[in-house]
Write a protein that binds this ligand. Structure first.
Ligand code: ADP
Length: 618
């Protein structure tokens, strides 16, 4: 229920639309009752042989209810009925018939107009709320810690924002339509039924306890299953997403059949689960209806006896009563599904709120300051780090200082902690021990946006957005002058191949940059970094996945970028390493050697020497 209330709280900004919708709902329910009530005089007019005057003088419909209702209500009702009868039956029978027919038309017309308005305004509220919920979950994605994206499958996150939000939608109309309209309609018709015959009405209510028990039981079952269903849907989305992202690997390893089987297994599970839900959900209506019919038959029998034997009820009233009772059934049935829908959507809501409630691991501290330049040093003091999911230290006791303009090359065996170390600089992760000082200021006390604005990052896994090349290069920089973009592309050795494309800088990159070669993508992302022109650059194995020719071009671009910048580079190429002001050799999380190439190469037993000989023997 807490989840549900929280979902409903998202409706707040739309309260005006909601209010209009609720007013229309109330008018709809009242007019709905009126249109049924009108059948009684209609039947009287059509079938009654007695003169109409009698009807006016004997509003017998009220007499039976008198002992149940307070006087003032009875009086008002009497006045209304009298006025109504006077209006309708003041002329002859045909005249009365015409008036009633016109009234019926008007009542139904208004009822439907209000029904329409109510539905429109409610949909407005629903769609608006969904939009807000989706926006909120999406914008929260940007705040989640990096580790979160490693733990959660991407498809699972997508599914929550897409599919679960859809499920939640159902429950909003449940709260504001069904929980208002149906009870109101029920009240109106019970009122009508009571005013006709309270004995018959009581009898009719034998059905309620039955339905209620069954409804509660079904709701419980459904909630349990629908959580499973949404989780399964997320699994399926994940498989699709993984297949699309890894399409090359799937094909290369001939795993289509395997992936298909995996997918079919999941969809089959989903199908079975869905059937289970469908069995329960669909049983709810027929069961309620069948119970209602049993009671209906009893009523017809008892009412028939009142009309035929005891003459305490007019035939037209009895028919009016039956109409009212039958009008009661749809809202009762509808109400019986409301609980199910609320249960289902609470389950989906839980899955969405789980994203929204995940705390950003890295936030601006309260006294974070603005820093817009980097002037002197970056120092690592006593840095230790382990990832959230294990206690094993990935970095231990890291101490070094970098002066502005220096190039720091990180080398060492894979898994040594190089990427982790450079990820700490822009605070993708925070060190578990120690601190990083930028110009003497703890990086935790610098506004994150400022800190990251000081840095450019080029990684092995370049990501380009499905937009024009121009926009990819000027990512995050808004409407940037074209000459600057071209200048950056030239510096990144990207201008030539961009100009060869039909649309030049306006060419739109296909998903994940599939239309470009690895080296071309890499050069675009370097152009992006050059344009941003940050004082600090981080290169993470930027050239390791490229062939020789592209590597040459990318390397040139990288070297151009390093000029006048403070650079951290996870290095593969001898030229980079040789140019470095300092080389740090990382092994199992510790810096085991540090110095220039010329210094380190002298230590014949050092890891650097071995590494050098392995990689650059030729
Ligand atoms: P390198 O860049 O030198 O190859 P990494 O910094 O990538 O090394 O990895 C260092 C260690 O941290 C490895 O043992 C790796 O398994 C572990 N590691 C890397 N990323 C994560 C992560 N997101 N969660 C848990 N462990 C990680």
């Amino acid at each position: 229920m807490k989840t549900y209330i929280r979902i409903i709280s998202f409706v707040k900004p739309y309260w005006k639309h909601l209010a209009v919708s609720i007013i229309c709902t109330i008018l709809y329910a009242v007019l709905n009752g009126l249109s049924v009530y009108l059948t009684i005089p209609l039947l009287d007019t059509l079938f009654q042989e007695a003169p109409q005057q009698e009807v006016v003088n004997q509003p017998s419909s009220i007499s039976t209810a008198k002992n149940l209702l307070p006087d003032w209500i009875v009086n008002i009702e009497k006045d209304v009925v009298d006025t109504f009868n006077h209006f309708v039956f003041s002329g002859d029978k045909i005249d009365a018939l015409l008036k009633i027919c016109v009234l019926v038309i008007v009542a139904f017309f208004l009822k439907n107009v209000f029904g329409y308005l109510q539905a429109y305004f409610l949909s407005y509220v629903e769609q608006g709320t969904m939009k807000d919920l989706r926006d909120k979950a999406y914008s929260h994605l940007h705040e989640l810690p990096m580790g979160y994206f490693k733990q959660e499958r991407v498809g699972n996150l997508i599914s929550r924002i897409v599919n679960d939000v859809n499920v939640v939608q159902n429950s909003i109309s449940a709260a504001f339509l069904n929980l208002i309209r149906e009870p109101l309609t029920i009240l109106v018709f019970i009122g009508i039924a009571l005013s006709i015959s309270w004995q018959l009405t009581l009898l009719a209510f034998v059905v309620l306890p039955f339905s209620m028990g069954i409804i509660a039981w079904i709701g419980l079952k459904l909630r349990k299953h629908s959580t499973e269903i949404q989780a399964k849907m997320a699994d399926i989305t994940s498989i699709i997403q993984e297949t699309i992202s890894g399409v090359k690997i799937v094909k290369a390893f001939g795993m289509e059949e395997y992936e298909n089987k995996k997918f079919v297994r999941e969809t089959r599970n989903f199908f079975r689960m869905m059937l289970r839900i469908v069995r329960i959900r669909n049983a709810s209506s027929p069961i309620t209806e069948f119970l209602s019919v049993i009671v209906g038959a009893v009523i017809i029998y008892y009412g028939g006896v009142l009309v035929l034997q005891h003459h305490t009820l007019k035939a037209s009233e009895f028919l009016g009563f039956l109409f009212a009772i039958f009008q009661l059934m749809p809202p009762i049935k509808e109400l019986s599904t409301v609980n199910n829908r609320i249960q289902e959507s609470s389950a989906a809501g839980d899955r969405i709120f789980e994203i929204i409630d995940t705390k950003p691991a890295i936030e601006d501290s309260k006294d974070a300051v603005e820093v817009n330049e980097f002037n002197k040093t970056i120092s690592f003091e006593q840095i230790g780090f382990h990832y959230e999911d294990s206690d094993e230290l990935v970095l231990k006791d890291i101490n070094f200082e970098v002066k502005k303009g220096q190039i720091i090359a990180l080398v060492g065996p894979s898994g040594g902690g190089k990427s982790t170390l450079v990820d700490l600089i822009p605070r993708f992760y925070d060190p578990t021990e120690g601190r990083i000082l930028i110009d003497g200021l703890d990086s935790k006390n610098i506004k994150i946006n400022n800190l990251r604005a000081l840095m450019g990052i080029v990684t092995q896994e370049t990501f380009l957005f499905n937009e024009s090349i121009k926009n990819n290069i000027a990512y995050g920089l808004g409407n940037y002058p074209m000459e600057k973009i071209i200048e950056a592309a030239k510096a990144a050795n990207a201008h030539n191949f961009i100009m060869e494309m039909t649309n030049g800088y306006e060419s739109v990159i296909g998903e994940r940059g599939l239309k470009l070669s690895g080296g071309q993508r890499q050069r675009i992302s370097i152009a992006r970094a050059i344009l941003k022109n940050p004082p600090v650059m981080i290169f993470d194995e930027a050239t390791s996945a490229l062939d020789n020719e592209s590597e040459q071009l990318v390397q040139e671009a990288i070297e151009r970028m390093m000029i006048n910048r403070t650079t951290f580079v996870i290095a593969h190429r001898l030229s980079t390493i040789r140019n470095a002001s300092r080389i740090l050799v990382l092994d199992r999380g510790s810096i085991i050697q540090a110095g220039t190439h010329d210094e380190l190469i002298l230590d014949l037993n050092g890891l650097y020497r071995k590494f050098y000989e392995m990689q650059f023997r030729d």
